[in-house]
Design a protein around this ligand. Structure first.
Ligand code: PLP
Length: 400
C-alpha cells in the first residue's frame, strides 16, 4: 500500500521513528567537510578521535573499536563472521524481531545457532539462557548474544542479569550485546557489565544518518576470534587491527560519517552522559504518560508488560484488532508531519511505535504526541483525550 506523497510543506517534519533519528545541524555540517587524501594526518587524527570517543562512551578504555561503512545488519554479520566456527554454536537470546533476524542472518552464514524462547511483551528470559549453558557440558556454545533494546517491542532487557547467569554456570561463553537502539539512550557499561563484544550503528542514539557501524571487542573476544573463527576477510578484526588507516576499514574510510561521529560524540560528552540518560528517561516517561491516558478508551495498550522493561528509546503501542496502525501512520506523517514507525515481524499490523531517542527535547515530544493525537482523532480511533495534558504534567514535574 503506497500512499500519495504530499508536496513539501513549510516547517519542520518530525521524525519519531526509532532510527533514523533527528540529526543535529552540527553533525550535518561536519559531514559536509571537504574530502582529503588518505595520507593527510587529519584523517588518522579523526579516526583516533572516534575510536577514543567510542571507548569512552562504552566505558571500555582497553577495547578495540572497529568501524564499518555499514548499517546495523552489517555489524551483526561482522560479529557472527568473527565469532563463527564449525566446532561451536552461537546462542542468541530471544528478545523479539531483532533477535529473530540476527539468528536467521547468522544461520545463513552456515553457522550453528541456538535460540532461547521469547514471550511477547516480556524481557529476555535469563533463566532459559542459564539452563542452556548448564546443559552444554562440552562447551560448544562459544557466545551468548543478546539484544539490549529490541526496537520492535520497545523492551530493554537486563544485560547485567545475563552476565551473572553466565558466571553462575561457569561456562566460558563470550557475551555479545547488540546496543544499536540503546546506546546513548540508556546506561551501558561494557567493562563493568562483563560484555566481551558490543555492536551498534550510527542512526539511532548517535544522532547521525545511517551508514556507519561499529563493533567493540575486548582482548578475550579478539583472541578467541583469532584462534577459532572461520576464514573471513572484509569483516575480519585481525585484518583491521592495524595502524594503517585504510587497512582499518578494508579500503577507504567513510570520512563524512567519521567527521559526523566525532561531533556527535562531542555533543553527548558536552551534555554529560548522566544528563543524556535522564533526558531520555524523562521524554520516554512523557510518552508513557500520554499512552496510559490514550489507553483508557480501550482501543490501545502498551506492548511492554514488564514495568522494568520500558525502553527509553522507543515505545510500542498495540492496537485492538480492526484498527489499522499503518493508516494512522500515514495520516500522522502526511497530515500532521509526524513520522512514526510501524510493527515488524509478528507485530506487523498490530502496533505503532513512537521513537524518542537521540537529538530530542520536550517541545519535540509534545509536538509529536499532539500530532499523533490529532491523527487518532482523524482516524476515529477511540482514545482518552487527556494524553497530551498527561505528558505536559509529567514534564512539568520531571524537567529540571
Ligand atoms: C536498528 C537495529 C538493528 C539494525 O540496524 P540497521 O541499521 O537497520 O541494519 C539491529 N539491532 C537493533 C536492536 C536495532 O534497533
Amino acid at each position: 500500500m503506497s500512499a500519495p506523497i504530499t508536496p513539501r510543506l513549510p516547517g519542520i517534519r518530525f521524525v519519531h521513528s526509532p532510527g533514523p533519528t533527528h540529526v543535529p545541524d552540527e553533525v550535518m555540517h561536519a559531514m559536509q567537510r571537504p574530502m582529503t587524501d588518505l595520507a593527510d594526518p587529519r584523517v588518522a587524527a579523526l579516526i583516533v578521535a572516534c575510536e577514543k570517543g567510542m571507548q569512552e562512551l562504552l566505558h571500555s578504555p582497553g577495547s578495540d573499536v572497529f568501524f564499518y561503512a555499514s548499517n546495523g545488519h552489517g555489524v551483526w554479520e561482522a560479529v557472527s563472521a568473527n565469532l563463527g566456527s564449525d566446532q561451536h554454536s552461537l546462542l542468541i537470546a530471544g528478545s523479539g524481531h531483532f533477535s529473530d533476524q540476527w539468528a536467521l542472518q547468522t544461520e545463513s552464514l552456515g553457522l550453528s545457532v541456538l535460540r532461547t524462547p521469547h514471550q511477547e511483551g516480556q524481557r529476555i528470559d535469563v533463566s532459559a539462557i542459564e539452563a542452556m549453558l548448564k546443559a552444554d557440558t562440552h562447551h560448544r556454545i562459544s557466545a551468548v548474544m543478546a539484544v539490549h533494546t529490541d526496537t520492535a517491542s520497545g523492551i530493554t532487557s537486563d544485560l547485567m542479569a545475563i552476565r551473572q547467569a553466565i558466571d553462575r554456570t561457569k561456562h566460558p561463553a563470550l557475551f555479545v550485546a547488540d546496543i544499536v537502539a540503546s546506546l546513548g539512550a540508556t546506561p551501558f557499561d561494557m567493562d563493568a557489565w562483563g560484555v566481551d563484544v558490543c555492536l551498534g550503528s550510527s542512526q539511532k542514539g548517535l544522532m547521525m544518518p545511517p551508514g556507519l557501524g561499529f563493533v567493540a571487542t575486548n582482548v578475550k573476544a579478539f583472541n578467541w576470534s583469532k584462534e577459532h573463527a572461520k576464514p573471513r576477510f572484509y569483516w575480519s578484526w585481525l585484518e583491521r587491527k592495524t595502524d594503517n588507516q585504510s587497512a582499518k576499514f578494508c579500503g577507504t574510510p567513510p570520512l563524512a560519517h567519521l567527521a559526523g561521529l566525532e561531533v556527535s560524540l562531542g555533543l553527548l560528552k558536552a551534555e554529560g552522559l548522566e544528563a543524556v540518560f535522564a533526558r531520555h528517561k524523562r521524554l520516554g516517561g512523557a510518552v508513557l504518560a500520554a499512552v496510559h491516558e490514550w489507553a483508557t478508551a480501550g482501543a490501545l495498550k502498551l506492548h511492554c508488560q514488564d514495568p522494568d522493561g520500558f525502553s527509553t528509546s522507543v515505545t510500542a503501542i498495540e492496537v485492538k484488532s480492526g484498527i489499522d496502525p499503518e493508516a494512522l501512520r500515514v495520516v500522522a506523517r502526511e497530515k500532521f508531519q509526524v513520522a512514526m514507525a510501524g510493527g515488524l515481524g509478528d507485530l506487523a499490523g498490530r502496533v505503532f511505535r513512537i521513537g524518542h531517542l537521540g537529538d530530542m527535547n520536550e517541545p519535540m515530544i509534545l509536538g509529536a504526541l499532539a500530532g499523533i493525537e490529532a491523527a487518532m482523532t482523524v482516524e476515529k480511533i477511540p482514545h482518552g483525550t487527556s494524553g497530551l495534558r498527561a505528558a505536559i504534567a509529567y514534564l512539568a514535574e520531571h524537567t529540571p
